[in-house]
Design a protein around this ligand. Sequence first.
Ligand SMILES: [Zn+2]
Length: 276
Amino acid sequence: MATSDFSPPTKKVKYNFLETIVVLVGQDKTAFTVHKDIICERSPFFRAACAARWQDSDAERDVKLIDDDPEVFTLYLQCVYRESATVDLAEAKVEVATKHNVDECPESDAVFAILAEAYILADKLGDTRSCNLIIDEYISCSDQLGCIPTTVDIMPVYENTPSGSPLRALTVDYYLFEAPLSTVVKTAATLPAAFLSEFIIADANLKNPSKGETVEDVYGKVVSEMAQCCYHKHDDDNPSITCGVNQQKSEKSPSLRERQATATVSGLAAAAVVSD
Ligand SMILES: [Zn+2]
């Protein structure tokens, strides 16, 4: 949904905490009551929805997000109200296992799944600030768990985000910098074609470093050490200066640093051809 379709945000000096709207989420229409001023300031989708409803006194004023998940909307509201996308690991495991009707779900898959869904929702709602918070949490969780997204985590990202999405770029970079080539070769047949295409192009670009960097310098990076805003979106309402100045950068496992050096574009290109 193009942000330009909506009116610009109204920066209020003072919120009206008495005016709320009801958002019905999911097939069961779970009802969330949220402060209109707060959510409209963050989301052009809600600004447009409220403007249309408030103009027509006969219109039903509840906003419906029937195709979305109440748990994911809850995480989105954490971003809006608390500036935090922190995921409860235990809850996420249960939620994702229940949703996919399996007995157990690995922690990493649960976290990556719920964060990807939250990112897709925030992006749909036009909430750039929340998208950036969720990206930061995705990187932080990858660090904490020592895991990178696998095919099951990447598939929904490529099914629900447009070309050029920062979340796509993040998953590609995990494979560029932190996956051994053998992992890419083994999973190439199951990874989305668009992912492999973007991987090959990004890898080829890495082979032509600029600004005095050597190939070894470039491949020596890990995702969590990239510039903080590398995977953010910024606009007039969300300039990079508003990004957290104290983002935690935890130490990567040395094994991840060692493994990334094995990736080569010729190897991946060969794998992609074989998978065809
Ligand atoms: Zn940023």
